[in-house]
Ligand binder design. Structure first.
Ligand SMILES: [Zn+2]
Length: 147
Protein backbone atom coordinates (compact mmCIF):
# COMPACT_ATOMS: atom_id res chain seq x y z
CA UNK A 1 0.00 0.00 0.00
CA UNK A 2 1.06 3.53 -0.68
CA UNK A 3 0.08 5.98 2.01
CA UNK A 4 0.61 9.73 1.73
CA UNK A 5 3.19 10.68 4.32
CA UNK A 6 3.79 13.92 6.17
CA UNK A 7 6.20 16.33 4.52
CA UNK A 8 9.41 16.83 6.46
CA UNK A 9 11.52 19.96 6.32
CA UNK A 10 13.91 18.21 3.94
CA UNK A 11 11.09 17.71 1.49
CA UNK A 12 10.15 21.36 1.17
CA UNK A 13 12.82 21.87 -1.47
CA UNK A 14 11.43 18.98 -3.43
CA UNK A 15 8.02 20.58 -3.17
CA UNK A 16 9.30 23.59 -5.10
CA UNK A 17 10.38 21.42 -8.00
CA UNK A 18 7.10 19.59 -7.74
CA UNK A 19 5.19 22.81 -8.25
CA UNK A 20 7.37 23.72 -11.22
CA UNK A 21 6.76 20.27 -12.65
CA UNK A 22 3.07 20.68 -12.17
CA UNK A 23 3.00 23.92 -14.09
CA UNK A 24 5.11 22.48 -16.90
CA UNK A 25 3.03 19.34 -17.18
CA UNK A 26 -0.39 20.93 -16.96
CA UNK A 27 -0.85 21.44 -20.66
CA UNK A 28 0.01 17.88 -21.60
CA UNK A 29 -2.30 16.20 -19.09
CA UNK A 30 -4.74 13.62 -20.20
CA UNK A 31 -6.34 10.91 -18.15
CA UNK A 32 -5.87 7.31 -19.26
CA UNK A 33 -8.88 4.98 -19.09
CA UNK A 34 -8.86 1.57 -17.36
CA UNK A 35 -7.83 -0.22 -20.57
CA UNK A 36 -4.90 2.13 -21.06
CA UNK A 37 -3.90 1.70 -17.42
CA UNK A 38 -3.71 -2.06 -17.94
CA UNK A 39 -1.57 -1.57 -21.06
CA UNK A 40 0.72 0.79 -19.20
CA UNK A 41 1.08 -1.67 -16.34
CA UNK A 42 2.08 -4.38 -18.79
CA UNK A 43 4.57 -2.12 -20.53
CA UNK A 44 6.07 -0.92 -17.23
CA UNK A 45 6.40 -4.47 -15.94
CA UNK A 46 8.16 -5.47 -19.16
CA UNK A 47 10.49 -2.47 -19.00
CA UNK A 48 11.43 -2.49 -15.32
CA UNK A 49 10.61 -5.94 -13.93
CA UNK A 50 11.43 -8.11 -16.96
CA UNK A 51 7.70 -8.80 -17.28
CA UNK A 52 7.63 -10.77 -14.02
CA UNK A 53 4.79 -8.75 -12.46
CA UNK A 54 1.51 -9.55 -14.18
CA UNK A 55 -1.66 -7.75 -13.20
CA UNK A 56 -4.93 -9.51 -14.01
CA UNK A 57 -6.80 -6.20 -13.69
CA UNK A 58 -5.94 -2.54 -13.29
CA UNK A 59 -8.58 0.10 -12.68
CA UNK A 60 -9.41 3.46 -11.21
CA UNK A 61 -11.43 3.53 -8.01
CA UNK A 62 -13.09 6.42 -6.18
CA UNK A 63 -13.25 4.83 -2.72
CA UNK A 64 -9.59 5.24 -1.82
CA UNK A 65 -9.05 8.49 -0.01
CA UNK A 66 -6.10 7.61 2.20
CA UNK A 67 -4.19 5.51 -0.32
CA UNK A 68 -2.84 6.30 -3.78
CA UNK A 69 -2.96 2.71 -4.88
CA UNK A 70 -3.57 -0.80 -3.62
CA UNK A 71 -3.36 -4.34 -4.85
CA UNK A 72 -4.62 -7.80 -4.05
CA UNK A 73 -1.75 -10.17 -4.95
CA UNK A 74 -3.94 -13.29 -4.76
CA UNK A 75 -6.17 -11.87 -7.50
CA UNK A 76 -3.50 -9.89 -9.31
CA UNK A 77 -5.73 -6.85 -9.13
CA UNK A 78 -4.46 -3.28 -8.88
CA UNK A 79 -6.53 -0.24 -8.01
CA UNK A 80 -5.49 3.39 -8.36
CA UNK A 81 -7.16 6.27 -6.54
CA UNK A 82 -9.03 8.67 -8.81
CA UNK A 83 -7.12 11.43 -7.00
CA UNK A 84 -4.13 10.55 -9.19
CA UNK A 85 -6.06 11.61 -12.29
CA UNK A 86 -4.48 14.71 -13.77
CA UNK A 87 -1.13 14.10 -12.10
CA UNK A 88 1.97 13.80 -14.32
CA UNK A 89 2.40 10.55 -16.21
CA UNK A 90 5.61 9.67 -14.35
CA UNK A 91 3.74 9.83 -11.02
CA UNK A 92 0.96 7.52 -12.22
CA UNK A 93 3.61 5.20 -13.67
CA UNK A 94 5.36 5.15 -10.30
CA UNK A 95 2.16 4.17 -8.47
CA UNK A 96 1.54 1.45 -11.06
CA UNK A 97 5.09 0.14 -10.60
CA UNK A 98 4.74 0.33 -6.83
CA UNK A 99 1.62 -1.84 -6.89
CA UNK A 100 3.10 -4.15 -9.55
CA UNK A 101 6.12 -4.63 -7.27
CA UNK A 102 3.74 -5.74 -4.51
CA UNK A 103 2.61 -8.58 -6.78
CA UNK A 104 6.21 -9.81 -6.43
CA UNK A 105 7.19 -8.63 -2.94
CA UNK A 106 4.78 -7.94 -0.06
CA UNK A 107 5.56 -5.11 2.36
CA UNK A 108 8.10 -2.32 2.04
CA UNK A 109 11.37 -4.03 2.91
CA UNK A 110 14.74 -3.69 1.20
CA UNK A 111 13.78 -6.22 -1.50
CA UNK A 112 10.75 -4.13 -2.38
CA UNK A 113 12.65 -0.85 -2.78
CA UNK A 114 15.42 -2.58 -4.71
CA UNK A 115 12.83 -3.46 -7.34
CA UNK A 116 11.70 0.15 -7.58
CA UNK A 117 15.26 1.42 -7.98
CA UNK A 118 14.98 0.27 -11.58
CA UNK A 119 12.56 3.12 -12.24
CA UNK A 120 14.62 6.33 -12.46
CA UNK A 121 11.84 8.62 -11.23
CA UNK A 122 10.88 6.78 -8.04
CA UNK A 123 12.28 9.42 -5.69
CA UNK A 124 10.86 12.30 -7.70
CA UNK A 125 7.41 10.70 -7.82
CA UNK A 126 7.47 9.99 -4.08
CA UNK A 127 8.38 13.61 -3.43
CA UNK A 128 5.54 14.76 -5.65
CA UNK A 129 2.98 12.62 -3.84
CA UNK A 130 4.27 13.71 -0.44
CA UNK A 131 4.01 17.33 -1.58
CA UNK A 132 0.42 16.84 -2.71
CA UNK A 133 -0.48 15.18 0.59
CA UNK A 134 1.16 18.02 2.51
CA UNK A 135 -0.50 20.70 0.40
CA UNK A 136 -3.88 19.19 1.21
CA UNK A 137 -3.23 20.07 4.84
CA UNK A 138 -2.06 23.63 4.22
CA UNK A 139 -4.29 26.54 5.13
CA UNK A 140 -6.31 27.71 2.14
CA UNK A 141 -4.88 31.21 2.35
CA UNK A 142 -1.41 31.14 3.89
CA UNK A 143 -1.05 34.85 3.08
CA UNK A 144 -3.14 35.87 6.07
CA UNK A 145 -1.05 33.98 8.59
CA UNK A 146 1.05 36.11 10.92
CA UNK A 147 4.36 34.79 12.20
ZN1 LIG B 1 3.19 -0.26 -0.95
Amino acid sequence: MLIPARMSAAEEQRWVSVMLDKLAAQESRRVPGDAELAERAERLSAQYFAGRARAASVRWVTNQNTRWGSCTPAEGSIRLSHRLKGMPEYVIDYVLLHELAHLLVPGHGADFWRLLEAYPRTERARGYLEGVAAAARLPKDPGVRED
